[in-house]
Design a protein around this ligand. Structure first.
Ligand code: FAD
Length: 392
């Protein structure tokens, strides 16, 4: 039996950031992971540290914009080694994103400038400074630069987990149970670690397992409801792809295509495509989705030769707390019941806020660090392989 202050379920961005934050605050915490660290949504995210500009396309300062507004600064402090968490070993793919349109009627873009608080984060990019790939684009508007970072997520996972790696324990996915006895509190967790039964006992249990939260909390007295919003994402790999990070916006508030660029293990660039193409793509087969991508890329970059490109698509759910109207929550969600907390960050960018909320909740519940020690001798969870190296 292992006794700790806190047991965290799930080693995505939410669980790992929480582990780092709580360990730094003196808690003896352990993270249990059934697969690899980041293997859910986190390794498949585009790595954009949103500041809310994309959401400001609606023309109003919504609560989503307000929640995200400070995140580029918070992350930059961590990347500089001056934040709550040291991410100085993580790699920045791009210090900014671009935004443009190939449609003539794009009222949304100009509304960005209507918002005073975000105005300072947007600039028009002079033509001499356009990314080289824009010479192939059918751009009809100015090219805007958004002060939003794009990060290399595998390196974020390495930087975030490295100091606490011995606390990230790989457990058998098919062989564990959360025990409550006849009461409402969790008594302990039974897990198999490399075929050996281990019982984990804690003052507080934290569920940050993304879509896994639903199953984990199913039998508990108070289980918050979850919703999923599906996507069919697309990967395009070709030697002649030039670096690009940004949104090609269309006539509505979801970007027509969000493009980030990543380097595969063989040093061939990969464009990773989200936005409307991925949201509407859930209705298509993989072959239809690839055809649609080719047609969209021809429309957005008519001058780009993509005849030698390789394509892959995959389905993935965004997992969040259930909303009555099924829309995306505007910020993090955390439910505290009995001796457990269930939480979803909603966006990777919001993980620092969620971890702070969890720490505040422990303080409010008088969960104080005890003197129990961690010997770190259990098998560790490894870091997930980037999705482009899994599929292409
Ligand atoms: P996850 O990353 O899903 O991690 C959950 C972890 O829990 C996994 O490692 C899983 O193996 C583990 N697990 C599951 N069940 C159990 C169990 N029973 N016991 C133990 N462990 C378990 N947000 C942004 O801010 N910027 C972006 O650019 C961005 N791009 C995105 C692109 C896509 C395609 C998607 C799907 C999402 C994107 N998001 C983005 C949202 C962001 O990725 C998620 O909000 C965030 O990664 C969720 O993190 P998480 O830790 O809650 O869950």
């Amino acid at each position: 039996m292992i006794s700790v202050d806190v047991v965290i379920f799930g080693g995505g961005i939410a669980g790992l950031w929480t582990l780092a934050q709580l360990t730094n605050a003196g808690y003896n915490a352990v993270l249990l992971e059934t697969d690899a660290l980041g293997s859910g949504q986190t390794i498949k995210s585009q790595g954009i540290i949103h500041g809310g500009l994309k959401y400001a396309l609606t023309g109003s300062i919504s609560s989503a914009v307000a929640a995200l507004q400070d995140m580029p600064t918070v992350w930059q402090q961590c990347l500089d080694g001056n934040g709550d968490i040291n991410l100085s070993a993580a790699k920045v793919l791009s210090p900014c994103q671009h935004l443009w349109s190939v449609d003539r009627l794009t009222g949304g873009i100009t509304t960005l400038f209507a918002s005073n608080s975000l105005k300072s984060q947007v600039a028009v990019t002079a033509k001499e400074q356009w990314p080289s790939v824009m010479q192939f684009s059918a751009i009809q508007t100015k090219l805007y630069e958004l002060a939003e970072l794009v990060l290399d997520i595998p390196s974020v996972l390495h930087a975030l987990s490295a100091p606490y790696k011995d606390r990230c324990v790989k457990i058998d996915a098919n062989n564990f149970s959360v025990e409550t006895g006849s009461g409402e509190n969790i008594l302990h967790v039974n897990a198999q670690v490399n075929g050996i039964g281990v019982q984990f006992k804690a003052q507080k249990y934290i569920f940050t397992a993304g879509s896994g939260n639903q199953l984990l909390t199913k039998h508990l007295a108070a289980a918050p409801a979850m919703q999923v919003r599906p996507l069919q994402m697309v990967l395009v790999k070709a030697k002649n792809l030039l670096p690009l990070y940004g949104h090609c916006v269309g006539l509505n508030t979801t970007p027509r295509m969000t493009i980030t660029t990543h380097m595969a293990h063989d040093n061939v660039p990969v464009w990773y495509l989200g936005g409307k193409i991925a949201e509407e793509g859930v209705q298509r087969t993989a072959a239809e989705q690839i055809d649609q991508t080719k047609s969209e890329l021809r429309a957005i970059f008519p001058g780009l030769d993509i005849s030698a490109a390789e394509y892959a698509t995959f389905f993935i759910d965004r997992a969040e707390a259930k909303q009555s109207d099924g829309t995306k929550p505007t910020t993090t969600t955390m439910f505290s019941e009995n001796n457990y907390i269930t939480a979803w960050p909603t966006k990777l960018a919001l993980a620092p806020i969620l971890a702070q909320q969890i720490l505040d909740q422990l303080n409010a519940d008088n969960v104080t660090p005890q003197s129990s020690t961690w010997d770190g001798s259990l098998p560790q969870a490894q870091i997930a392989t980037p999705i482009w190296d899994q599929l292409l």
